[in-house]
Design a protein around this ligand. Sequence first.
Ligand SMILES: [Zn+2]
Length: 153
Amino acid sequence: MREKDSCGYCKIEPIKENTANTCKHCDTRGIKVKSITINSILREEKLNLVENDDNFYFCKNPDCEIVYFNNKKNLYFNKKDVKVRVGLKEKNPPIPVCYCFNITKEQIISELTEKGNSKSIQYVKNMIKMGKCSCEVKNPTGRCCLDTLLNIN
Ligand SMILES: [Zn+2]
């Protein structure tokens, strides 16, 4: 069955959401991220604060600087603490939308404008079907990017 955050092809296990976790900076409910994701996205100098902690959440608010938070430990990591540009929180290009294959929002918009369809999206779909994506360690949310790609217009 198709889970909300899955494209139906990824082998990522659905993550159980916990509604009690809200970003203290903006009051937006966070989405849970696995330690494997945090360990790969966070800058090295911050990793010692994390250890294999599974109580981290991603703040989805585009206007909030906080990327990951852990209210239990009072830890908040902002955009400067992570190695990638978080597409959701960027307003100027390049805005990454697919982290596994380095695809930007601008690229997809220009394909859609010129041809009416996006070869990049098709490419990502094919790669996902072949199991070649690694959203869990490349996408800062640890989730599949396909829904984001399909919602660009
Ligand atoms: Zn926030």
